[in-house]
Write a protein of this length. Structure first.
Length: 321
């Protein structure tokens, strides 16, 4: 079965044979529409309760051909009309701080026009080596009825994207991919979080990566340091592994850093997963749950503009019921 999400209308169509599906969603380049007299029509309603039926923290930017809104909640998810997609400021590392005092975040989007682009901005404390937030666009395949699929059963997971990041010293650009150990399992069944950094804020030295790769291949009993990937198109990418826990779940956190920045282009996420399975870092039995793309913010002031984002996912024949 092929699942095709049309970028213009967002309608769900189904064609093809059973056991094979494909999801295509495109987020086009941002184009700022203007009013006919040449000036942008903007209406700030964050402090004008009831005028547009809005709540505090919401700004509305009404433009010719669409309505862009700005949300400043650090935790809420804001859905697009395109099924399964949402945006979130996700200031998960600031639970001990006061919103709009110690930090501030915002996301601007047009819920009815996913292809018109999404931009995030933030102000956090200075960089002290911890992650304060992960503003991102997320996609939940379950929301459009996609059958649960294990990591080893994917023929392809690829992403095409283009982003602009203002503060590259204190923030990353990264895909965050989540897996459970059972189909459609709750949070407590989370088993793997795969972070793929297309722009990391730092990278291990070449010598350390080569030595770590040798230790990993020899299955050293010592705690795993970052090691290098060797697959086609991935040579030099580093892999770090840790084991966090939160909210009743414990999982393997796999951090892959590309050897060079990639702020636009097409990236095969399935090739990364296949090599991690070959290396024994993943089993292949993990069920894909969520795909996210955004920025891990370590501090300071910055912004992320996602101009383009699309995924192609296809399962091996007979692997999806």
């Amino acid at each position: 079965m092929i699942v095709d999400l049309d970028r213009t209308g967002g309608d769900l169509g189904r064609v093809g044979s059973a056991g094979d599906y494909e999801m295509r969603v495109s987020l086009g380049r941002i184009a700022a529409a203007r009013c006919y007299w040449g000036m942008r029509c903007a209406f700030l309603v964050a402090s004008v309760g009831g005028l547009f039926g809005s709540s505090p923290g919401l700004a509305m930017d009404v433009e010719h051909g669409g309505t862009r809104v700005t949300h400043s909640s650090p935790t809420d998810k804001y859905s697009y009309s395109l099924p399964g997609y949402y945006a979130s400021n996700d200031a998960w590392g600031m639970k001990d701080r006061t919103d709009r005092v110690d930090y501030s975040t915002s996301v601007t989007l047009d819920p009815a026009h996913f292809e018109s682009g999404t931009s995030f901005s933030w102000r956090y404390p200075r960089n002290i080596g911890r992650v304060f937030g992960y503003p991102h666009i997320g996609y939940d395949p379950r929301a459009v009825g996609v059958n649960p699929t294990q990591a080893a059963d994917f023929a392809d997971i690829s992403a095409s994207f283009a982003v602009h990041l203002s503060n590259t010293a204190d923030s990353t650009a990264a895909f965050d991919i989540w897996f459970n150990n059972q189909p459609n399992g709750p949070w407590e069944t989370t088993s793997v979080e795969l972070l793929v950094e297309v722009h990391p804020t730092s990278r291990p030295s070449v010598g350390r990566r080569m030595f770590a790769r040798l230790r990993h291949l020899l299955r050293s009993s010592e705690p795993p340091p970052p090691f290098m990937m060797t697959g086609s198109g991935l040579a030099g990418a580093t892999v770090s592994i840790s084991h966090p826990s939160a909210g009743g779940a414990s999982w393997n956190f796999i951090d892959v850093k590309l050897p060079e920045d990639m702020m636009s282009g097409s990236l095969s996420l399935s090739n990364i997963i296949k090599e991690l399975i070959w290396d024994g870092v993943m089993t292949g039995n993990e069920y894909l749950t969520t795909l996210q793309f955004g920025s891990e913010v370590l501090g300071g002031t910055g912004s992320l503009q996602i101009d383009k984002l699309s995924y192609d996912l296809s399962a091996k024949p007979n692997s999806v019921s």
